[in-house]
Design a protein around this ligand. Structure first.
Ligand code: DX5
Ligand code: ZN
Length: 228
């Protein structure tokens, strides 16, 4: 079983006080902090760019899990790498095998990790299935990209099972990151199907004590992994 990791998504916090959001993640013992970059084209919201990532990086060492929900990742990937992102996740919907290979070469040349994300309605494309050995994390989105606070779309569960089956058959070293609507109540659903990195926006930052919420999610997930 891959290790459970908790990745709070700062999109659910006050965007004017992101240093505090990151500090809360550190305090709660999060494994990484999830930074949602949205360009207003790929999804109907606009968040922040590499300048903000760089500013956050100055104040902490926590792993930065940067989720690029942008139409033109090849134009911006290097900027987010240089700003201090550790894991760069790109969306399959805007890539081809060739574009993926270029991005992969860039990410690896800088010693960073590579993630590949799928919107709820997107199946793993052929070109991606043949490149799984190049991916550190497969990000299964369980809400449509754009906003925090949406309910998890359970119709994505069969896809999660298929992806988990495919990765297990290959040795199972790729992380499966679940992004969207993760709450203590549905942690068992996703962890028992192979999810091991849990992104949580509202599931952390809308709780009375977000640092405690991070620990509670981890406990639930570890329990579910034990039972899976
Ligand atoms: C949605 C983002 C998610 C979102 C998660 O576009 O990719 O990371 O912030 O927030 P919750 O956990 O509240 O759904
Ligand atoms: Zn995200």
């Amino acid at each position: 079983m891959r290790r459970i990791r908790i990745a709070p998504s700062v999109l659910a916090w006050d965007l004017g006080d992101l240093n505090e959001a990151v500090a809360i993640s550190v305090k709660g013992g999060a494994d990484q902090v999830h930074l949602d970059v949205i360009d207003g084209h790929f999804a109907p919201n606009i968040t922040f760019g590499p300048g903000t990532v760089r500013a956050l990086r100055r104040r902490c060492d926590l792993k930065f899990d940067t989720h690029l929900m942008i139409d033109e990742p090849t134009l911006y990937a290097e900027k987010f790498i240089d700003a201090g992102s550790d894991l760069l996740t790109f969306h399959a919907e805007v890539l081809t095998g060739g574009r993926f290979d270029e991005l992969h070469a860039l990410v690896r040349s800088k010693g960073r990790q590579m993630g590949l994300a799928l919107k709820p309605a997107t199946e793993l494309p052929e070109w991606a299935a043949s490149r799984l050995d190049k991916v550190d994390a497969l990000v299964v989105m369980t809400v449509n990209p754009g906003f925090s606070g949406q309910a998890m779309d359970m119709s994505t569960m069969p896809k999660l099972e298929r992806i988990n089956g495919m990765l297990e058959a290959r040795g199972g070293s790729v992380d499966i990151e679940i992004d969207g609507g993760v709450e203590p109540e549905n942690v068992h659903e996703v962890v028992s199907r192979g999810g091991n990195v849990l992104v949580a926006g509202a599931g952390v930052y809308s709780k009375k004590d977000p640092a405690v919420a991070i620990r509670a999610l981890r406990e639930r997930a570890e329990e579910a992994a034990g039972r899976a």
